[in-house]
Design a protein around this ligand. Structure first.
Ligand code: FNR
Length: 342
């Protein structure tokens, strides 16, 4: 099957497949504060990913790589929403456009629509330094995501089977690319062991891409009568993964993503130590099924609700929210205890 057709199928299945919902956020409870001492209009949502300043902790995470006119339209819509809401946006994997110039316009549209916005390029861990530089240049990117998607590759018949050398290539890219590098998972979560190795390789920002949201094992298995069902529940929940990475690797800036669906999920991700939150599947679904205005309304509502939650907690800044008291119960508590976190 050609790459463009596969990408369209991914989108269709992502839209059709319900989230798994095992992100772990339901195990997190904020501790209510009766004297918050804040004015809602004083609450500030800006945050930082390394040297990058973001006016909102929410961003549109990577979706839709190559795939012709349809993905171009989707990228255009996502870019318009990002511009309107002044949020950052990652493009989907640019691998196809690195191989075939005709695919470039699918990505270039994002910069054309949103000239001054924060945009992240996206490549896989098979990328060389040259690939990474070309992906950044293609869209004048402000940052570069490198995705790690071993399980997704394994469940695809046409996927990679050789995963050697990824850490070395990542290290070389970090050393040679001029923009901040974000290493991200795609829905299987990141462990403390992985985070420590990335930190040692010079990575400064990781996106945990945790389990509990869009699930590529299920999407791929659905396309082909569940041949690898053993990967359907594979992964580290987003809540547990954020704690693993934050607590094991203090020099990393952490992005919480994977199953973030509400302002409350996002606030919990940040209170666990994330600096920003990425959302993918639900934004695509809203854009494709309900249109651009609905996507913008959804993002505005998220910001509104997020601000109210910060108000209730008495936190005026993202840095204060990162320290908000919370209680961890259930499976997430059990996981973290087993993994040596208090
Ligand atoms: C993705 N995702 C993704 N990630 C990446 O780094 N490069 C890519 O090309 C893609 N492509 C892609 C296509 C589609 C249709 C979806 C829904 C997702 C993964 C995405 O960035 C994110 O990590 C996961 O989707 C988990 O987040 P959500 O969807 O649960 O918010």
């Amino acid at each position: 099957m050609n790459r463009a057709k596969r990408k369209i199928e991914h989108i269709q299945h992502a839209l059709a497949t319900f989230d798994h919902g095992a992100h772990g956020f339901d195990d997190i409870t904020f501790v209510h504060q009766s004297l918050p001492d804040v004015r809602i209009r004083d609450i500030q949502l800006h945050t930082a990913l390394g040297e990058l300043s973001l006016s909102s902790p929410f961003f549109i995470n990577a979706m839709t790589g190559g795939g012709g006119e349809k993905t171009l339209e989707i990228n255009k819509g996502l870019a318009e929403a990002a511009k309107h809401c002044r949020i950052a946006m990652a493009v989907g994997s640019q691998t196809s456009a690195l191989k075939d110039d005709k695919q470039r316009k699918t990505f270039e549209i994002v910069r054309k629509v949103n000239k001054d916005g924060i945009i992240f390029a996206n490549v896989g861990s098979e990328a060389t330094v040259d690939d990474a530089k070309r992906a950044v240049d293609m869209i004048e990117a402000d940052g570069l995501q490198i995705h790690l998607n071993v399980v997704q590759e394994l469940v695809m018949p046409e996927g990679d089977r050789d995963f050697t050398g990824a850490l070395l290539r990542i290290e070389q890219i970090v050393q040679n690319v001029q923009v901040p590098v974000i290493v991200k998972e795609v829905g299987f979560g990141m462990s403390k062991e992985t985070a420590v190795r990335l930190q040692e390789a010079g990575v400064k920002i990781v996106d945990v891409g945790g389990f509990g949201g869009t699930n590529f094992a299920r999407i791929e298995n659905k396309r082909r009568s569940n041949v690898m069902a053993y990967f359907n529940d594979w992964g580290i929940s987003t809540a547990a993964s954020i704690v693993e990475v934050v607590q094991s690797s203090p020099s990393l800036t952490v992005i919480g993503s994977g199953g973030v669906r509400t302002a409350l999920d996002a606030a919990k991700a940040i209170a666990l130590g994330a600096a920003a939150v990425g959302m993918a599947g639900p934004l695509l679904r809203t854009l494709v099924e309900q249109g651009l205005e609905a996507l913008i309304a959804f993002m505005e509502e998220l910001h509104h609700d997020f601000t109210f939650i910060m108000g209730a907690l008495g936190t005026k800044t993202i840095a204060e929210l990162q320290r908000a008291p919370l209680v961890i119960r259930g499976d997430t508590h059990h996981w973290l205890t087993e993994r040596g976190f208090d």
